[in-house]
Design a protein around this ligand. Structure first.
Ligand code: BTN
Length: 234
């Protein structure tokens, strides 16, 4: 699919901008966001030099359920950052964080829209926020010269189109296999935090609807649809 990128100097949130300018294949990128947001209503610090971009994915014939898009986007994000960072230093954390040396370097925020799903992606290229609840890093912080946000955005839009095509043509089997090949903690003990309760088990895989499959100590599989997961020791 062809894409087009609109570059803005500043906006509140690129997710809001794209919601107001829904157009197939359009990506918006801002140098800076004044009201960037992350999952769980967290603020997403948005300094010049990092990537802040969003697109609207309207359902296409042959595509699976929209929850699967989150993994398509995560695969594209990993492939993008792997252009500059050795792939073995990158991993994916459910549902869709990108980790560099085990520390968060990028995140994805999916939001519903009347015409499809808005996919917002933030990558810490040059800066990372300090004093956050969970530690973060950037390419620059580990000594990797970051690309410009524009270049990173073009690479991401291309990678997303390719991964979306793979999803449409080969199904979620292919997308899930890509995602699991890079997943942090697969087969290892993890804790799923559901509200105030913690469930411990083994990270066993991904369900068709994107739920994390947690193998409980009694052998049963419990799908986790929302919440946060931690590897033991996090
Ligand atoms: C997360 O990990 O919590 C998701 C972070 C998503 C941040 C991006 S930056 C571009 C887009 N606009 C926003 O306000 N948020 C997303």
């Amino acid at each position: 699919m062809n894409f087009r990128i609109v570059d803005l100097a500043e906006t509140g949130s690129t997710n809001d901008w794209i919601a107001e300018h829904p157009e197939n294949g359009l990506w918006v990128r801002a140098d800076r966001q004044t009201a960037g947001r992350g999952r769980r209503a967290r603020t997403w610090t948005s300094e010049i030099g990092n990537l802040f971009t969003s697109t609207l994915a309207a359902p296409q014939p042959g595509e699976g359920p929209s929850q699967q898009l989150s993994f398509v986007a995560a695969n594209a994000l990993l492939e993008t950052v792997a252009r500059w960072v050795p792939r073995d230093r990158l991993s994916l954390k459910w549902p869709n964080d990108l980790l560099l040396d085990g520390v968060k370097v990028a995140g994805i925020l999916l939001e519903g829209h009347a015409q499809g799903v808005i996919i917002g992606i933030g990558v810490n290229l040059a800066h990372f926020p300090e004093g956050t609840e969970r530690p973060a890093t950037s390419l620059a912080a580990v000594g990797i010269a970051p690309p410009s946000a524009r270049e990173a955005c073009r690479t991401l839009a291309e990678a997303f189109a390719a991964h979306r095509r793979r999803w449409r043509e080969e199904g979620f089997v292919a997308t899930r296999a890509d995602w699991l090949a890079a997943a942090a903690g697969l087969g290892k003990p993890i804790v799923a935090r559901l509200g105030n309760a913690d469930l411990t088990g083994t990270f066993d895989g991904l369900a068709e609807d994107g739920a994390l499959l947690l193998r409980l100590p009694d052998g049963t599989l419990r799908p986790i649809h929302a919440g946060e997961v931690f590897t033991l020791g996090d």
